[in-house]
Design a binder for this molecule. Structure first.
Ligand code: HEM
Length: 474
């Protein structure tokens, strides 16, 4: 059922695992966690506000009650710390960056880095986003019209390009393709949560893939150190307000207001790696799922194109705010397929959560994937309905019912950046191309660090001529 004026193709529910009625038993749970954690969630978790799961060494609480989420992530956040599994993933290369540090060190870094991602600072990234989209456009136009290729892989290229342009406006030293493949190898190794980690086996016990990870990291750190070194020399010769306008300049110049200290080399390097890791696949997945969902929904495709034709022709300033429909599509894609499908914490001291006693060292899991499809919180939770995020209805969504970027002190620092990037890129790509799923494509969500299409997105891409505005930045 299609309605251009109204809200949705009411009954389009995009692919998602059918939750099993009964909870998985331990061995099946471990095997499923390894293969695709998304398939572990049984029906009960989508109905219950809080559920307790006994694990061999600890209790786990699956918390999807807005008041309890507020307690964990905001009101009593000091008592709920990032847990050891996350720490293991973050330990490699990101240890000194904002995502990993805790306590006073986190507070200092967050204060120093916040201005880099403030709304005004982020608005200045629009040019870089449009440049990267134009490069992608040129590449797609050079292909045979209607050719099928993996659009998810292309979105990963696009978001890496945007990050490269916004972090290092003067480019990545060395070979870009080599940098990318080293980065993919890095994600492949850190993405493996093994049974050893889940069972709490100490980190001193060797894990497979460690040596490869070290080599990949050494390669990265070498490139990044060279870039930092060159930039430091450039900035040393310039007055304080001058220098390339990107993230690296303020990162090197940021001073802790209380001590006047700048970030150490390890912290600058780790934060660059953090921005690349945290901002690359997440935003690429948001875009991929948005494109996929639009390929299944002619009415929303029409509305996005109509808006893109009107707004992309206007001034660059304020563009994201004017792309209201496109942004609603991105937000709905982030609801159905949140790139960070689960957040976890570990309790420090005993506490009570929604009337349930929680012991110290309990694992708390808040899964945006479950929360965003929870039967107590959403109407038609599994249906694609961007109208939920249009101004008329946006206010009815609870503050703790929709958390693609987390909430509280550790909320994603790059949220405005990511939303702006995904919205502008989606509008421009939908205006310039017809992007339709290949008839034999099987689309399935897989949680592997981020929530991505399991076999990519094989899609047929054809340039559109009518109503298209010329490429802006060739
Ligand atoms: C659609 C894209 C994105 C999604 C869905 C996303 C999601 C998240 C989530 C859920 C958290 C909180 C984790 C927790 O509480 O345990 C987070 C934190 C973070 N994100 Fe993002 N993110 C995205 C894009 C970005 C971008 C573009 C950047 C930077 C360039 C970024 C940098 C960070 C950093 C540094 C943190 C840690 C903040 C802190 O602990 O103070 N993210 N992100």
């Amino acid at each position: 059922m299609l309605r251009i004026d109204g809200d949705i193709a009411q009954n389009y529910c995009p692919p998602a695992p059918q939750p099993p009625e009964a909870r998985l038993r331990l061995f099946r749970l471990l095997a499923t966690l390894k293969r695709n954690p998304l398939e572990c969630w049984s029906a009960e978790f989508f109905r219950e506000p809080i559920a307790r799961v006994g694990l061999p060494f600890t209790d786990a609480f699956l918390v999807h009650d807005p008041a309890a989420i507020r307690h964990v992530l905001v009101d009593n956040a000091d008592n709920y710390r990032k847990d050891p599994i996350q720490r293991r993933i973050l330990a490699s290369g990101l240890a000194d960056g904002l995502l990993s540090v805790e306590d006073a060190r986190w507070e200092t870094q967050r204060r120093m880095l916040a201005p880099l991602f403030a709304r005004r600072a982020v608005a200045a990234f629009t040019e870089a986003i449009l440049t990267a989209v134009d490069r992608l456009t040129a590449r797609w136009r050079s292909r045979v019209p209607g050719a099928a290729f993996d659009v998810a892989a292309e979105m990963a290229l696009l978001t890496l390009d945007v990050l490269a342009l916004t972090i290092f406006s003067d480019g990545i030293a060395g070979d870009y393709d080599e940098f990318r493949s080293a980065m993919n190898a890095y994600f492949a190794v850190i993405g493996r949560i093994g049974a050893l980690d889940l069972l709490g086996v100490p980190q001193s016990v060797p894990r497979p893939g460690r040596a490869r990870l070290r080599r990949t990291l050494d390669y990265f750190e070498g490139i990044i150190d060279r870039i930092i070194d060159t930039r430091r020399r450039v900035l040393a010769g310039l007055p304080a307000g001058e220098g390339p306008s990107d993230l690296l300049t303020p990162l090197l110049r940021a001073l802790d207001p209380s001590t006047g200290q700048s970030l150490s080399l390890a912290e600058v390097r780790s934060n660059i790696l953090t921005f690349l890791s945290a901002g690359h696949e997440t935003t690429a997945n948001a875009l991929s799922w948005s494109i996929f969902l639009l390929s299944q929904s002619p009415d929303w495709r029409y509305r996005v194109r109509e808006e893109a034709a009107r707004e992309l022709a206007g001034p660059v300033e304020g563009l994201t705010d004017r792309l209201v429909v496109t942004r609603a599509v991105v937000e709905e894609a982030l609801r159905l397929y949140p790139p960070i499908a689960a957040l976890s914490r570990m309790t420090k001291d005993a506490d009570t959560l929604g009337g349930v006693a929680v012991k110290p060292r309990s694992l708390i899991v808040i899964a945006p994937y479950v929360l965003h499809r929870h039967l107590l919180l959403w109407e038609q939770p599994n249906a694609f309905d961007p109208a939920r995020f249009m101004p008329a209805r946006r206010g009815t969504i609870g503050r703790f019912a929709y958390l693609p970027f987390g909430i509280g002190p550790r909320i994603c620092i790059g949220a405005s950046f990511a939303l702006q990037e995904a919205t502008i890129a989606l509008a421009a790509l939908m205006q310039r191309f017809d992007i339709m799923l290949s008839p034999d494509a099987k689309v399935w969500p897989l949680q592997k660090i981020t929530l991505r299409p399991e076999s990519g997105l094989p899609m047929r891409v054809t340039p559109r001529d009518c109503g298209e505005r010329p490429v802006l930045h060739e």
